[in-house]
Design a protein around this ligand. Structure first.
Ligand SMILES: N[C@@H](CCC(=O)N[C@@H](CS)C(=O)NCC(=O)O)C(=O)O
Length: 257
């Protein structure tokens, strides 16, 4: 671990032990991979905006939720003012340019990796995310649960026309949703193969992980943690077991500091 780094990393309080935000997992993987010294500031879901505003962290969006984790405050360089950054991709870019050892965009591959993420976002996230969101109200507790349900009503209405998270994973649509997720993973696997990627446990990197490996692993980690019972068993072995290999390979970067 590098002695000079000192990074404050804002993540959500998790009622179930392991942190449960996919976007913060992505940043944690990168912090650990780059062997940076950081410590986590745990923020209750209900207090994200209040805590980030208090710490001078800017919004990430013009629309709700305006304030989001992950965010970091990097006070490493004592003769400069601390660097305050929110949004996972902006944090990744900042960490890569500030701490280039253990590169996440090897060989200038950022744009190529973004294309792979677009395939994931288009084909895998849409069927996967509602399944996880449907489970979250039963995972959050107290004020965090109330804040999650209240704040997500608009999102649920937009996605399903329903008014409750459970509407995101209704009994009668489950087979169809799973079929869409399997098809999305097949499309992603084909894209990886067609582009000559995924030759090792890493989907993009070869000698080590790259940014997109962490993006996908973070979403799989989240799905395994919060998705419907048995969800990981249903997908981990698909497409030649590559999703499980990736998940396992990222385990060494899951330390929570
Ligand atoms: N584009 C942002 C999205 C981050 C995001 O949506 N974070 C969620 C937790 S996973 C959040 O902080 N939500 C706060 C809220 O909904 O009030 C990123 O990639 O960092």
């Amino acid at each position: 671990m590098s002695a000079q780094a000192s990074i404050k990393f804002f993540d959500l309080v998790s009622p179930i032990g392991p942190p449960l935000s996919p976007n913060t997992w992505l940043v944690r993987y990168i912090l650990n991979y780059k062997k940076l010294s950081y410590h986590t500031e745990w923020v209750p879901f209900a207090d994200v905006e209040a805590v980030l505003v208090q710490n001078g962290i800017p919004p990430t969006s013009e629309t709700y939720p305006r304030y989001t984790v992950p965010a970091i405050i990097d006070s490493t360089t004592s003769n400069e003012s601390p660097k305050i950054i929110a949004d996972s991709m902006r944090i990744a870019d900042y960490l890569e340019s500030t701490y280039p050892a253990y590169p996440i965009y090897p060989g200038g591959s950022r744009e190529l990796q973004v294309k792979l993420i677009e395939v994931f976002n288009t084909h895998v996230r849409p069927p996967m995310v509602p399944m996880g969101y449907a489970m979250l109200p039963a995972i959050f507790e107290g004020r965090d649960k109330d804040a999650f349900v209240a704040s997500r009503i608009n999102m649920f209405v937009r996605l399903t026309g329903g008014l409750h998270p459970a509407d995101l994973y209704p009994e009668e649509k489950r087979d169809e949703m799973w079929a869409a997720l399997y098809a999305g993973l097949d499309t992603l696997a084909s894209y990886i193969d067609e582009n000559g990627l995924g030759k090792t446990e890493w989907l993009f990197g070869t000698d080590g992980p790259a940014y997109v490996d962490f993006v996908l692993a973070a979403w799989f980690f989240w799905f395994k943690l919060v998705g419907p019972e048995g969800c990981w068993d249903r997908i981990k072995g698909r497409n030649g077991g590559r999703w499980e290999r990736l998940h396992e390979a990222c385990q060494k970067y899951t330390e929570v500091l």
